[in-house]
Design a protein around this ligand. Structure first.
Ligand SMILES: Cc1cc2nc3c(=O)[nH]c(=O)nc-3n(C[C@H](O)[C@H](O)[C@H](O)COP(=O)(O)OP(=O)(O)OC[C@H]3O[C@@H](n4cnc5c(N)ncnc54)[C@H](O)[C@@H]3O)c2cc1C
Length: 386
């Protein structure tokens, strides 16, 4: 297997590396401190075509794939994770469900503006009473035969990109009936922003990802046309499993970027900072720590690229995506802790990027499937689960 990038992918990687360095790095710390969504940076990412990367050109996309998306996410997260997760959620959770399961009309209606980054899409799966156990969805959608509309009631929590000024839609999962065996039938329905009865709460106060948008959403007799059903009725559960399998590769690439960013910052600091009359990087204890950090970032990169390559080739990738997500998020937390330690007291000061990386790393072991859920998936793929 050849893990080297094609000249086109290398050029994309370098372009985004420069963008992250020249545009994101100088500005993002202030947005983060103010807990403010970085509209100007997101607009620029839209102009670069990043929100359309893995989508066909006929819908305004760049005609790329998950490998290209992963490279971009890794380069962004090397510098900042709020910007990276805004792109990841916009592409993998906002637009991808429409691309994979939407009707031609739904794709034409939504994808061009999503690809251009003019609007953002969100994916509302998690509820206050259940995230990992997503089958326990309580939100309901009833088809009103008189008006041919879905009537939606319920609450979703922790939804990324759901309340920005440019959020255009949220796809929500809801119980639309019962299966013959009595289990809930779950479907996915598109709810445009601003639909009466659809309320978006104030942003959460979060530990990290402070320049990204995360909200609680409530639905009180929200009415949308029957045609807003995404894919087949009752296939919502299967659809989001597919979305999450792919999304894990994207999160793994993002986590790899954070892990590599910790190495970048630590190498720089270890050369600059002097203690006992010499750079701290002259001490083997520091060198070994950084060498281990580099090893971890490297293996995380191989893992997400392997999963992405399988996805792109149309091969099974469920286990590899879970392995990549589990490994890269563990590595990101490890590297963020070690980078902070290498920075001493300065590592605890928000003006240093490693402080932001430390705060941003923990969620990687939780979002889009916790580390325990990844282990459950891997065990199941090994034939161990009942
Ligand atoms: C900043 C942020 C952004 C998010 N964005 C989105 C979004 O855009 N859309 C969306 O739908 N969701 C989103 N989420 C939700 C996220 O995916 C969930 O928080 C996550 O899946 C975990 O669900 P939970 O919080 O309900 O935890 P729980 O499911 O309640 O889990 C609690 C703990 O129990 C463990 N656990 C649960 N079941 C088992 C088991 N069977 N065996 C062993 N351990 C178990 C879990 O691993 C975890 O450690 C976001 C969350 C955050 C914090």
């Amino acid at each position: 297997m050849d893990h080297r990038l094609s000249p086109e992918l290398e050029e994309l990687r370098r372009t985004v590396e420069e963008f992250a360095h020249d545009v994101v790095a100088p500005k993002i710390g202030d947005f983060y401190e103010r807990h403010e969504f970085p509209y100007e940076i997101v607009r620029e990412m839209g102009r670069m075509g990043l929100f359309g990367l893995p989508f066909p050109e006929e819908y305004g996309g760049m005609g790329g794939d998950y490998l290209a998306l992963g490279l971009v996410l890794e380069e962004l997260a090397r510098v900042d994770s709020s910007v990276a997760i805004t792109l990841e959620a916009g592409v993998s959770l906002g637009a991808m469900p429409l691309h994979l399961f939407g009707t031609e009309e739904q794709k034409r209606q939504w994808l061009p503006r999503l690809c251009a980054g003019e609007i953002l899409g969100a994916f509302g799966l998690t509820e206050p009473d259940g995230g990992s156990d997503a089958g326990a969805t309580r939100t309901t959608a009833r088809l009103d035969p008189d008006t041919d509309e879905w009537v939606i009631n319920g609450t979703k929590c922790f939804i990324t990109n759901s309340g920005t000024d440019i959020t255009g839609l949220v796809t929500v999962t809801a119980v639309t009936g019962r299966k013959p065996d009595g289990r809930p039938e779950i479907s996915a329905i598109i709810v445009p922003s601003g639909t009466p009865g659809f309320t978006v709460a104030a942003p959460y106060s979060k530990v990290g990802w402070n320049a990204s948008d995360t909200r609680e959403l409530s639905f009180a007799d929200v009415r949308v046309p029957a045609a807003n059903l995404l894919g087949e009725q009752g296939r919502g559960y299967a659809q989001f499993l597919r979305i999450l399998d792919e999304g894990r590769i994207a999160i793994a690439a993002l986590a790899t970027g954070l892990a590599q960013g910790c190495v970048d910052e630590s190498v720089k600091y270890a050369k600059e900072r002097h203690a006992f009359g010499r750079p701290i990087g002259a001490n083997q204890a520091i060198q070994f720590k950084i060498a281990d950090m580099e090893m971890k970032a490297h293996t995380a990169r191989l893992a997400w690229r392997d999963a992405a390559s399988r996805l792109v080739a149309g091969e099974p990738f469920k286990k590899e995506a879970a392995l990549a997500k589990l490994h890269s998020s563990t590595v990101a937390v490890d590297n963020a802790r070690d980078a902070t330690q290498i920075h001493g007291g300065y590592g605890f000061m928000n003006e240093y990027p490693v402080a932001r990386m430390w705060r941003d790393s923990k969620i990687l072991e939780i979002g889009e499937g916790t580390s325990e859920v990844q282990r459950m998936l891997i065990a199941r793929e090994l034939g161990l689960a009942g």
